[in-house]
Design a protein around this ligand. Structure first.
Ligand SMILES: [Zn+2]
Ligand SMILES: [Zn+2]
Length: 121
């Protein structure tokens, strides 16, 4: 509804009718909201989880996202996946010669499933 209702120009009867329509619409919406509430809260929980993980950048920065081992200079150096931009250790990622960059195992597997040509050596 773009047009604003001018209630002052309505008769009492019409105004009552309008009010009833609004009230019914409001009730319907409330019921719908209650119905969706459960689903919504589930989604919100997932979002919060994602946010929490996302905000732990210091953790993903210092630990391999795959095996959760802490990175150590030279012993277990980190590689940034050029796909998801997260850090993994050497054993959890592969060098992609064609793309000239490291790709973590989860991304590599995903690419394999999408039939991307990969050359491992
Ligand atoms: Zn990745
Ligand atoms: Zn790892």
């Amino acid at each position: 509804m773009d047009k604003k209702l001018d209630l002052s120009r309505l008769t009492e009867e019409e105004a009552k009718h309008v009010w009833e329509v609004i009230q019914r619409d409001f009730d319907l919406r409330k019921k719908e909201e209650e119905r969706l509430g459960e689903i919504k809260s589930k989604i919100e929980k997932e979002e919060t989880k994602k946010e929490l993980l996302g905000s732990q950048s210091n953790l993903t920065d210092s630990h391999c996202i795959r095996c959760l081992q802490p990175f150590k200079f030279l012993v277990n150096s980190k590689r940034q996946c050029m796909d998801c931009k997260l850090y993994t250790c050497k054993t959890c990622s592969r060098y992609n010669k064609k793309e000239h960059g490291w790709v973590c195992d989860p991304c590599r597997i995903r690419s394999l499933m999408q039939n991307k040509p990969w050359h491992d050596d």
